[in-house]
Design a protein around this ligand. Sequence first.
Ligand code: CO
Length: 210
Amino acid sequence: MEIIKKVLLENKAWARSKIDVNPDYFTTMAKDQNPTFLWIGCADSRVPPSEITNTHPGDMFVHRNIANLAVHTDSNLLSVMQYAVEALKIPHIIVCGHYNCGGVKAALSQQSLGLIDNWIRNIKDVAFQHRSELAAIDKSEDRVNRLVELNVIQQTKNIAHSSIIQKAWKERGEYPIIHGWVYDLNNGQLKILNTINAKDAIDREYFYEF
Ligand code: CO
């Protein structure tokens, strides 16, 4: 239980440090939220979105799951997205994967892991779609990392295809813009993989009339 006590003490110290700088910090924060980003990331403990982007409470609306998936039937994700886009009018959606992702690694293995197999199945579908490109990669580590990238790109497309985004683009034009990023655990750097906005969606394969 020492670790629990420590975490709660750290919380008190953190809250105090905020008030020391600005006595109104929490009263202002408590009034409203107006975040700029919706972050859809992996649940991996090594990829904390606020910390790696140096953003602050109030900046980022966050949804995390294993391997940063945007599955069309996931009502948890869809609820987050609907609230983020329709109520908060968030202009930027970031899908962030990370190299050496355990979920993506599992998708490339033949091993059964139980319930999670059903979730991982979504990544296996991405791997199947890109099977010839992946099969041509010699090192298994490189193959995992390429699938990490392909998976992020597929999830940004899934988001673009969702009824929530299609409706928002029709009503609001340019926003939200969808960004596909990958995080490198070895150097702490984020890399851009792709960007989708309403115009791209109309010009390219992303557009689906609803
Ligand atoms: Co991961």
